[in-house]
Design a protein around this ligand. Structure first.
Ligand code: ARG
Length: 292
């Protein structure tokens, strides 16, 4: 348990939240949630509780989730060995069936049910009904080129169902899958998909919840967290190799979202209790914000 706060301090936290509640009412927040932040039951519940609170004060959250370990585990059970090239899961026909089953029939309904359990309203939307993809071209892996199988990139969005849900004040919960014009289902990078959804819906905020505190100058040093950066500064951080690896697609889609009119992008750590509420409803926040 955190140290107990005085009654005054608790009231002050609510008062500090007031201008943000006033400002963010009726605004759309696209929230991407994945990585090891979605492994532990308790951590998942805490996060979804926060989302229900956002909804209750009039914010419209749109949630895009990842798959993570559950998929790898199910693949191992089926005798498949999870294999990644440049951070993307090699997905053959058997694997995409497993991925679809785990995402749309296990994880997505579970998240939706938990939001409802906390008194919110939510509807599961399979990504393949709103994200249009094409198969990714061959990828470089060392000196060879590999076919990743059923891995796609999003080329179009059909956002009507998402917008209808938002309009009815129901939280859309979207899985990271897409479909091409012929109905073939593809695994997609959920970070990039979330960024394009945020851009298309002209969300006020795009929030990435993962298992790092935010953008850091030194990944091993929490103290090196960068609380606030501009879009222009981001390019320099990438050029200087401060931002590397799995952070790059996130940051690129953040910049894309900002270019499309999203006002702010946030990176927060889902393992920190109620990081989402602290980021949104306090002045200082807790993670990194990228401002246009
Ligand atoms: N709560 C405010 C917002 O959501 C400020 C957040 C500041 N966060 C930060 N990492 N500096 O816009």
């Amino acid at each position: 348990m955190a140290t107990p706060l005085s009654v005054t301090a608790r009231a002050e936290a609510l008062i500090e939240a007031l201008p943000y509640i006033q400002n963010f009412r009726g605004k759309l927040f696209v929230i991407k949630y994945g990585g090891s932040a979605m492994e532990d039951d308790h951590v998942i519940d805490r996060l979804l509780h926060d989302i229900v609170l956002l909804e209750a004060v009039g914010i419209n959250p749109v949630l895009i989730h990842g798959g993570g370990k559950a998929i790898s585990q199910r693949m191992r059970e089926a005798g498949q060995k999870p294999h990644f090239v440049n951070g993307l899961r090699v997905t053959d026909a058997e694997a995409i069936a497993i991925v679809e089953d785990v995402l749309d029939r296990v994880i997505n309904p579970d998240i939706t049910a938990r939001i409802i359990k906390f008194g919110g309203t939510a509807v599961g939307i399979p990504g393949k009904t709103c994200l249009v993809a094409r198969k990714l071209p061959l990828q470089d892996s060392g000196s060879t080129k590999v076919d990743l199988g059923f891995v796609g990139e999003v080329v179009d969005l059909r956002t009507q169902e998402i917008e209808d849900a938002v309009h009815r004040e129901v939280v859309p919960v979207i899985s990271p899958l897409a479909q091409d014009e012929t109905g073939v289902v593809y695994n997609i990078n959920a970070d990039i998909a979330a960024g394009s959804i945020a851009g298309r819906l002209k969300a006020a905020k795009m929030i990435y919840i993962s298992d790092v505190p935010g953008l850091m100058r030194d990944p091993d040093d929490r103290e090196s967290l960068i609380p606030s950066v501009t879009r222009a500064q981001i390019e320099k951080l990438v050029a200087d190799e401060v931002i590397t690896g799995g952070m790059i697609p996130k940051v690129e889609s953040a910049v894309h979202a900002l270019n499309e009119g999203v006002q702010k992008v946030h990176f927060i750590d889902g393992r920190t209790p109620h990081a989402l509420l602290v980021e949104v409803f306090s002045r200082k926040g807790i993670g990194t914000e990228i401002v246009a």
